[in-house]
Write a protein that binds this ligand. Sequence first.
Ligand SMILES: [Zn+2]
Ligand SMILES: [Zn+2]
Length: 268
Amino acid sequence: MKPSSSPRHIDESFAGKNKILLRGTIVTGRDFWALGVTLLLIHTPVILFSVFVCPFVYINISPAVVFVFVYLYLLCVFSLFKTSWTDPGIIPRNLDPIQPMATLGEPSSSSDLVDPSYYPVSTYPGMKDVLINGVSLKLKYCDTCQLYRPPRCSHCRQCDNCVENEDHHCIWVNNCVGRRNYPLTVYHLYLISKNMTTHEQIRSSVNIRRAPHPFNLGNFAKNLMQFIARPKPPSYIEWRKIHEHSSRMTSLPRFKPAFHQEQEPTNL
Ligand SMILES: [Zn+2]
Ligand SMILES: [Zn+2]
């Protein structure tokens, strides 16, 4: 007889809406049609160029042009799939679970029912304040993931997960873009110069009272160095063990985000 916590397919056990393949080697979204459109838009001009232009260029100009073209094409496709298939930095659920309300038992008299102190106060968590580089930030509680979102973390509605440094959800790469799979584009170079995510840039542009951005290190070179020199952190989730658990709300953290290890992080 199977135990109640018998292993299930990893895709069934994971609480978010991502598609998990090869025991967590591939963590991607479910908008495969959009990724197909992206591949079509890349490959249509690539095929036309290869068939009608490359032979002429190879013979009459230089084979080097064709080699550079092939290199750029492979780099483009590799980067696309690397971004599409990498865990963007999903935060494990239930790091700050809501405590169940205390059971008060049967009222001993009718006066209990009119006494406000008889009823339990809500245990719904409020916001938390943290100080980062001298700027006070409010940490919101995510009731879906049951955790205080670390600074710069957002909940993705498409993937249904909290993602660290979530820039945005990109349907064209079929995944969130976060701390572990940040791609480089011209627009993102602009954001990197300010050390901002897309979410932070949009919030700052609509906010009349602009608060200072505590993650800006002061100049483009420092912000760029932090982006390209920062090692990719390991995934927060123990993907290879997740299928052994039966509850979709089970948290399987390999380790916790910095915010949960330190009371007052000052340099994230
Ligand atoms: Zn969340
Ligand atoms: Zn997403």
